[in-house]
Design a protein around this ligand. Structure first.
Ligand SMILES: NC(=O)c1ccc[n+]([C@@H]2O[C@H](COP(=O)([O-])OP(=O)(O)OC[C@H]3O[C@@H](n4cnc5c(N)ncnc54)[C@H](O)[C@@H]3O)[C@@H](O)[C@H]2O)c1
Length: 336
């Protein structure tokens, strides 16, 4: 089987995480790295060995990559994704897919017309903590009657652009998107949602959010997210309540669960597992390369990505208009 020829577009922090993982996959050849800041491309290329460097997406195309990792900032994803798909290249794009519905539609159209595949990077699905929750639910050991989730950020100061919605698309697209994705990944289709939000410390439209979701399964869940909690633990948590049962995550480090009344509380502790592994990055890259090599569906395909993009837009709409949204109806409308 021919190796997958990967080019990386955007050579910052998360690009280095993927590059390290891909460099260890014998099915992959890391062909090139491009970044508008040439020195960033050169630094990453040096880190992974003998990859070529460039400053534009077209430089990567000329290197005959068949697959492009898009790892530029949030509001710069859509154009390079569409251009890559139009060139018949496979795309792995970091979250978010887009920061509005029109961007998601453009990607969907390009993906449907392309011979290349599209995949959205949603590593938290495969984090050890969430993988454990998913297995408890799928095995029937834990029926999720209700849940509360949170995902905070310490500040919107370092780096300064995290407070700039023209770069992030808004706080939910930057940080909370991970937990929003977990809602449907763990509990299935959302029926209704309601979000109350305020802007407390930044110039962004909103930086504090309280959300309420009902699911078609009957599950009910809340999600709280603040952009300025100061980094004190816990800043990331999922708690699920079943019949005399609770399962909860503690950051990406531990899961604790008890599945019966008066029974042992089990703890799985992942503290000593390397971050890229326990954070789900290794698995998301492996599943994506598996799909390319075997001709299968990518793990988070364009329909999954569009569904998440619609959910984010509806949460913002609920906050702006101060009302509940019938999300099932929105999904039906979007399918046409
Ligand atoms: N899944 C995760 O856990 C996770 C974690 C961090 C970041 N991310 C996502 O990854 C993306 C990148 O984040 P980061 O933290 O690596 O950012 P970063 O600032 O560290 O790196 C971004 C790089 O892209 C380059 N760049 C910017 N605009 C460009 C353009 N138009 N053309 C070419 N290069 C350009 C910059 O020079 C920089 O080297 C973001 O979308 C972010 O949301 C995901």
């Amino acid at each position: 089987m021919a190796k997958t020829r990967v080019g990386i577009f955007g050579a910052g922090y998360i690009a280095s995480v993927h590059a390290d993982i891909l460099a260890g996959d014998e099915r992959v050849e890391l062909v090139g790295v491009a970044d508008m800041v040439e020195a960033n491309a050169a630094r990453l290329a040096e880190r992974i060995g003998d990859a070529r460097t460039g400053t534009t997406l077209e430089d990567l195309f000329r290197m005959e990559v068949d697959t492009v990792y898009i790892t530029t900032p949030n509001t710069t994803h859509v154009d390079p994704v569409v251009a890559s798909l139009n060139e018949g290249r496979n795309v792995f794009c970091e979250k978010p897919m887009a920061t509005d519905l029109a961007g998601g539609d453009r990607i969907r159209e390009a993906a449907l017309a392309s011979t290349g595949s599209y995949n959205l990077g949603m590593n938290r699905r495969y984090a050890y903590t969430h993988d454990k929750l998913k297995r408890l639910i799928e095995s029937g050991e834990l029926a999720p009657y209700s849940a509360q989730l949170k995902l905070n950020r310490g500040e919107l100061l370092r780096p300064a652009w995290t407070a700039d919605p023209s770069k992030t698309g808004g706080f939910l697209y930057e940080t909370t998107i991970h937990q929003i994705d977990l809602l449907t990944y763990l509990f299935g289709s959302i029926a209704t949602l309601r979000c109350a939000a305020r802007s407390a410390i930044s110039d962004a439209e909103f930086d504090d959010f309280s959300m309420l979701f009902t699911f078609e399964s009957g599950t009910v869940a809340t999600l709280s997210s603040s952009a300025h909690s100061g980094w004190s633990f816990p800043f990331e948590r999922v708690e699920i309540y079943g019949r005399y049962a609770t399962a909860m995550t503690e950051e990406l480090e531990r899961v604790r669960y008890a599945l019966e009344l008066d029974q042992t509380v089990h703890t799985e502790d992942y503290t000593h597992i390397p971050f890229a592994e326990k954070g789900g990055y290794v698995k998301e890259d492996r599943l994506f390369i598996d799909a390319l090599q075997d001709g299968g569906e990518p793990p988070v395909d364009v329909d999954d990505a569009c569904a998440l993009n619609l959910l984010l837009a509806c949460i913002y709409e609920s906050a702006r208009e101060n009302r509940e949204i019938d999300f099932s109806a929105r999904v039906r409308e979007s399918i046409g």
